[in-house]
Design a protein around this ligand. Structure first.
Ligand code: SF4
Length: 474
């Protein structure tokens, strides 16, 4: 089944999530008591953390300024090491390139490491259509593949599921195993997945991974995992394909380590992820393991257009997930409400670009503009500014429409006329106070149905903001 973007469902997805008690508990546990605390602990052990963030921002900006030169150097070094470079302008080209490589070696099964780019281009469905079985090997990805779901988080794709749901999924899909086995303990589930995947690793014809960084000076691609599945995907099958995008290139190995230090700490609070694997070219003479063929498929998919736009800063993203973990909107809606592969603040910047602002116009508004996403971003991406840019673009194409648009137009007209704004605000305060009477609040109020559904709306207290400001009240 194809994971079609369905961003117009954000409001419904958010409402469903808010009514799902289990999901709310998992969100609380995973974000507030998990990722957020771990990040703080990780930062505390690295006094130069903020300095490194400045360096990382400057490094990524430098790379974006010289992207063509670093990509050309990377290609040269990949070829020198015996690898093959393939440039893909869009998802169709990337899928066709991968399909051809698989067909040439008669591939029947493909193991896959976690790759958001593969999600972006819907690779699994394409491979299945070609008669090639894709097998996800990251535990979270494996679980959601069995359930035919989208990831709900870029680094914890199945966190929205309880242990019991995972057990049910395993019982349904591992029917060759004893039906009476106990799946109470998380370690039992883990061991079962490991055993199921072990044989798949050994028999796969092709391994496909993503890449966290591409090192221009050596032609090296590198991946970071905590499970080791990326390494087995990369080195066991005879053919390895690294599917990645042009924004992943860095000039030197030292630059990669700067970003790695920030990535692990910001994402999971670890000093380093458990497995940091660097691979350069195919197996050489005398090597004990490694693929016979090594391919890089480098996807653009509109990123060069992003580079020349007001959204350029998002190309600094190293997919740590911190903006997602700290977003109060994501914190109650979870990832599926966003309707596509990238959720949270970074997703609300990327998704309208990939699927169109008409389709995804609600996402830039799924933000309180509290600024936490920008505060925690290790490469200092000004996410609220980028979301504001998208809101402007949405307005320009007629979104939102109807009463909301009219209200915004009236507000904009008043905001440009402070005198009129003041008079209108005074009238509104007087009218609301009079209507509320002694009760002092409303059970329902026109245009505030969403608010009054869950709580009373208090009538305004005191004067207008302008009058209080003039009196020096702060
Ligand atoms: S935008 Fe920043 S915080 Fe969010 S995933 Fe990317 S690098 Fe991490």
């Amino acid at each position: 089944m194809t994971h079609e973007p369905h961003c117009h469902d954000f409001q419904k997805g958010a409402a469903d999530a808010l009514n799902n008690d289990q999901l709310q508990e998992l969100l609380n546990r995973t974000l507030k008591n998990g990722f957020q605390k771990k990040r703080l602990n990780g930062m505390a052990r690295l006094p130069e953390y903020d300095q490194l963030r400045d360096q990382a921002r400057d490094l990524k900006n430098h790379i974006l300024d010289h992207l063509d030169a670093y990509l050309e150097r990377f290609e040269l070094e990949v070829q020198k090491a015996g690898g093959h470079m393939h440039w893909a302008e869009d998802g169709d080209q990337a899928r066709a390139i991968i399909g051809d490589i698989c067909k040439k070696v008669g591939a029947k099964t493909v193991t896959k490491g976690k790759s958001m780019i593969a999600e972006e281009i819907d690779l699994n469905d394409y491979l299945a259509e070609q008669g090639i079985e894709p097998i996800e090997t990251d535990l979270g990805e494996y679980i959601i593949q069995l359930r035919n779901e989208l990831p709900s988080h870029i680094i914890a794709p199945a966190f929205h599921l309880s242990k019991n749901q995972v057990a049910e999924t395993f019982r349904e899909h591992h029917q060759h195993l004893d039906a009476d086995r106990s799946l109470e303990e998380p370690t039992t589930l883990l061991n079962e997945a490991r055993k199921e995947l072990r044989d798949r690793f050994l028999k796969a014809d092709v391994g496909i991974t993503g890449a966290n960084f591409l090192v221009a000076e050596t032609g090296t691609a590198m991946i970071v995992t905590n499970e080791g599945n990326g390494d087995l995907t990369q080195c066991l099958p005879p053919v390895h394909i690294a599917l990645t995008s042009i924004d992943k290139v860095v000039p030197t190995l030292e630059d990669a380590t700067l970003l790695l230090r920030l990535l692990a700490r910001t994402a999971t609070g670890q000093e380093q992820s458990v497995y940091n694997t660097f691979f350069t070219g195919p197996k050489r003479e005398g090597d004990l393991d490694g693929p016979d063929e090594f391919h890089i498929v480098l996807l653009d998919n509109g990123r060069t257009e992003l580079l020349g736009s007001e959204f350029r800063d998002i190309l600094r993203c190293i997919r740590c997930g911190a903006c997602i973990n700290h977003c109060p909107v994501y914190g109650v809606t979870s990832g599926h409400a966003y309707g596509w592969v990238y959720p949270g603040p970074m997703g609300s910047v990327l998704t309208p670009f990939f699927v169109g602002i008409e389709e995804a116009h609600l996402l830039p508004s799924a933000s309180t503009f509290c600024g936490r996403c920008q505060d925690v971003c290790p490469v200092r991406i000004p996410l609220p500014d980028l979301l504001r840019n998208w809101r402007n673009r949405a307005f320009a194409v007629g979104k939102p429409g109807g009463a909301q648009r009219l209200a915004l137009k009236v507000w904009a007209m008043l905001a440009q006329r402070p005198g009129l704004y003041h008079v209108t605000a005074r009238f509104k305060i007087w009218a609301m106070k009079s209507l509320a009477g002694k009760r002092g609040h409303f059970k329902w109020f026109i245009g505030a149905g969403g608010w009054t559904k869950a709580r009373d709306l208090p009538a305004p207290q005191g004067g207008t903001f302008q009058s209080r400001y003039q009196k020096g009240e702060r």
